[in-house]
Structures are given as C-alpha cells and as structure tokens.
Ligand binder design. Structure first.
Ligand code: ZN
Ligand code: ZN
Length: 477
C-alpha cells in the first residue's frame, strides 16, 4: 500500500461522523451558520441532531449578505452612491434584497450595519446548542450575560486597557441585524402604520421623516441625488441638456452651485402594491425636498392621497392617452415654474447695479455704460436698472453684452482684486454676471421641451412606462 492511499484511508477513518456524539456536540457550536446548515444537510443523522431552526437560517442569511458578491462590508462614505450590487438580508421574508428595498434606518444604524470581519458580529459563531427549548433558552441567557463589553475586551484585546471609540464600535456594529426587515415587510407587519403620525400640522417636526398614510406609506428612500431643478428631479434623464447649468440662488456647497440635493421617497402604490419612487405619482410637490429640511406636509389637507396611482396603474385603468395627458400637465407645471423662476432671476440681477452705483464707484453702471458707448459719440441717456428690468429679453441681452465686455476687460474673469472683493461680498451677483446666458439658454431649452411634449405626449408615456423613467421609478438601480 502506498503512503498516499494510506493517508487517505486514515482520513476516512476519522470523519466527524465517526466521533462520539458527545464530542460532536462540543464541536458543532464552533461552526459558523453557513457550515452549520451545510452540515445539517449532509445526512439524516446530522439533520436530526442539529435540527436547524429559523434563527439559524437567519444567521446564515446574515453571513451571506456580507459576502463580496452582495457588496461586502459597506463603509459610510456620503460622497459616494451605494453601488447597485449592494444587497442586504431581510430577516422576515428571508430574502437577500437590493439596498433600495430598505429604509435608511434598517441599513445605516450602527447595530444594523454589515460588520467588518474583525468585529464582534463579524466573528460570531453559530453557538448552536443541543437539547430542548429550555436548554437552549438557558444557554441564550448565559450568552447574553457573558457578552458584556468588558468580557469581549478581555477576550479579544487583552492588552488594551483604555478602549477607543473604534473598539466600542467594533463591539456594537451589526449586532441587531436579526431585527432588520425590508420596507414591504414593515408594511405587512403594520410598522409604517404605527410610525406615521397622521395628525401632524404645519410646523411640527416629524422625527422619523416619513409621511403618507397607513395604506400608502411615503418613506424617505435610500437615495439622495443632486438635480438642477424640479423638472429634472421628477423626469430624470428625460431631456439631456448639454449647456452650462445656471447657478442657484442659495448654495450650500460651492461645488454644487448649480445643483440641489433632493431626497427620494419610496412610495407603495395601493393599486399594484409595488414600491416606486415618488415621481411615479405625478405630484409636483414634495414632503420635503432638501435633505436638511424637516418634512412639513399635513396630509389631512391632502385627503385624496390614497387615490393616487402610479403611472402603470393609470395606463392600465384609463389608457395611455389619459396618462399622456396627465404627464404633459405634470411636466408643464414643473417646467413653467422653472422658466418663471429663471426669468425672475434674470430680471432681478439688474437691481444690483443700482446698489453698486451708490457703494462702489469702480463698478459704476453710468461709467461702464458711457465708456462702452463712447465710440458712437452718442452720449445717450444711461438706462437705469429699473428701466432695463422692464425691457424685452433681446434688448436686455444687448445691454448685458456691455457688462460682459466690461468684465472681460478687467483681465481674466474675476481675477482683479477689486472684482474679487465685489464677488466676495455678493457671490450671487457673480453667478448672475457669468451665468446670464446660461440662464437664458436653460429657459429656452425648457420651453422647447414643453413644445415637444405637447406636440407628442407619447414621448412622456414611452419614458414613464418603458424608458429611463420606468427604470428610475421602479428604483431598480
Ligand atoms: Zn422582507
Ligand atoms: Zn400602481
């Protein structure tokens, strides 16, 4: 007999099965949940011995969600979107689901997060125990009692005497994941019905930030995206715009001067019972738009909220033509409001010249205007800001050309010291001065889009039912 075959037969003679049951019972608790279930599936003997319960399957699911193909450990980096492949376990329906099927609380609270491998939850074993329910209950109680932070420290980090916050985090992270459920399970168990306060008035804070009603929850979703304006937020990717986007009046991040962060909301359509983005309901209002705002939405003023139906439901019930009509009306509400806003800003920027005239002689409008017109030797009357505001768009554009030329003569745009000072004092005026043409172009673009969808509402129907809008509203990204 060769030494090789001898070692094989030696291995065969000492399988787990050949050990006495007493020893098996001592070994099995040191398996992880995946190995425990696998062992229970090898034969009848282990199936009967281990007798896996729901908690063991949940434990296995929580191990599977940490595997790299489900996104692995997820670090909190607010600058990054969650990748599309990040999935989490729901411990009620026992499924691994994309992260969009959960709310923030279910994923981002420390005890609900995926644990790194070196943390307490990352190293957790199945702690299986033999015997009846009573024996298992006693074991669980003993485990809970022994699982203190001090015991864990002396076991895992015996040489560290003053624990750091990172170690405390490592002790806590991911330990409550067995209580995590998806949005649909929270709906089925009545969680949303209990937690949506339907008696809120204006000005009341709603701490869990969700709105809607028991049968139609509107849940703050996992995504915060930045959009340039409401028409883009409710019709993402519909009309790609290639020009420079106008700056917003208020900005909280310099690199987001032309964009605003919007919360997305998962909403459960009562018609088709699917969770969809709020945009699928064609409501040109939001519970709240900016992440920093508290939601202010008194639903008793919106009592017909439960009659809202998603795009697909409207198309199924009343036909695509009716859906097209509603979508065009929705688009027009958003686009026209934006055009009005841009017009208002274009006009309003001229007020600044009156202020400059009195405070900063260097940028005196009278001087700028006279110098620009000096070649024509026509010392016409200088139009006052109020007169310019009343002019037609074309006439205003021509006068803006004078201001633009003056700025360009100041050397590189915005590099001179006095000009820097001016911009520093009034950043919005800087964006107005440089973004004037962008604002005009954006308004024209939106008007052209409105003309297009009015001529052919099919564009919007196609977008919402089968195109990019369908993708976005199903939250399948
Ligand atoms: Zn579920
Ligand atoms: Zn529906």
């Amino acid at each position: 007999m060769s030494p090789c075959s001898k070692s094989i037969s030696h291995q065969e003679s000492t399988t787990l099965l050949s050990l006495p049951v007493d020893l098996q019972i001592l070994i099995i608790p040191y398996l992880d949940f995946t190995s425990l279930i696998s062992l229970a599936q090898t034969n009848h003997f282990f199936r009967d011995l281990i007798n896996p319960q729901r908690q063991h399957f949940v434990g296995r699911l929580l191990e599977i969600e940490c595997l790299p193909n489900n996104g692995g450990e997820v670090t909190l980096d607010l600058l990054k979107d969650f990748p599309t492949t990040v999935r989490y376990a729901c411990t009620r329906c026992l499924k691994i689901l994309p992260h969009t099927k959960f709310d923030n609380h279910a994923l981002l609270r420390l005890r609900f997060r995926k644990p790194p491998p070196e943390s307490r939850a990352g190293k957790q074993l199945c702690s299986w125990t033999s015997g009846d329910a009573k024996a298992q209950g006693l074991k669980r109680q003993a485990d809970l009692k022994n699982n203190t932070f001090e015991n864990w420290m002396s076991r895992e980090h015996p040489l560290i005497f003053s624990p750091t916050p990172e170690l405390r985090e490592s002790y806590k992270i991911g330990t409550c994941r067995h209580r995590r459920t998806c949005n649909e399970c929270k709906f089925q168990t009545g969680f949303w019905a209990r937690n949506i306060n339907i008696n809120l008035g204006w000005g009341h804070r709603n701490d869990n930030q969700d709105v809607g009603t028991a049968s139609m929850p509107i849940i703050k979703s996992r995504q915060v995206y930045t959009y340039h304006d409401p028409s883009q937020r409710f019709f993402p990717g519909l009309f790609p715009y290639t020009g420079e986007f106008p700056a917003r009046l208020r900005s909280y991040r310099v690199h987001h001067i032309d964009r605003e962060a919007w919360c997305l909301y998962s909403t459960r359509c009562p018609g088709c019972e699917r969770w969809q983005e709020f945009a699928a309901f064609r409501q040109p209002r939001m519970p709240k738009s900016r992440p920093q705002d508290a939601p202010r939405w008194n639903i008793s003023w919106n009592s017909n909220i439960e009659a809202w139906r998603c795009n697909s439901c409207v198309a199924a019930a009343y036909g695509e033509q009716e859906l097209g009509k509603q979508l065009v009306a929705f688009w027009k509400t958003l686009a026209e409001a934006q055009v009005r806003l841009l017009d208002y800003r274009l006009e309003n920027g001229w007020r600044q010249f009156g202020y400059l005239e009195n405070t900063n002689k260097e940028f005196s409008w009278t001087r700028v205007y006279r110098r620009a017109r000096v070649e024509s030797q026509l010392l016409r009357e200088v139009p006052s800001p109020l007169e310019i505001m009343k002019m037609s768009v074309e006439a205003r554009r021509e006068i803006y050309g004078i201001w633009k030329q003056f700025l360009q003569e100041q050397g590189e745009w915005g590099s001179g010291d006095s000009i820097k000072n001016l911009w520093f004092k009034n950043p919005w005026f800087k964006h107005w001065s440089y973004g004037y043409e962008a604002m005009e172009k954006r308004a024209e673009f939106l008007k052209a889009c409105t003309d297009r969808v009015e001529a052919d509402p099919g564009i919007l129907v196609e977008y919402a039912l089968r195109g990019a809008g369908y993708e976005a509203m199903q939250m399948s990204y």
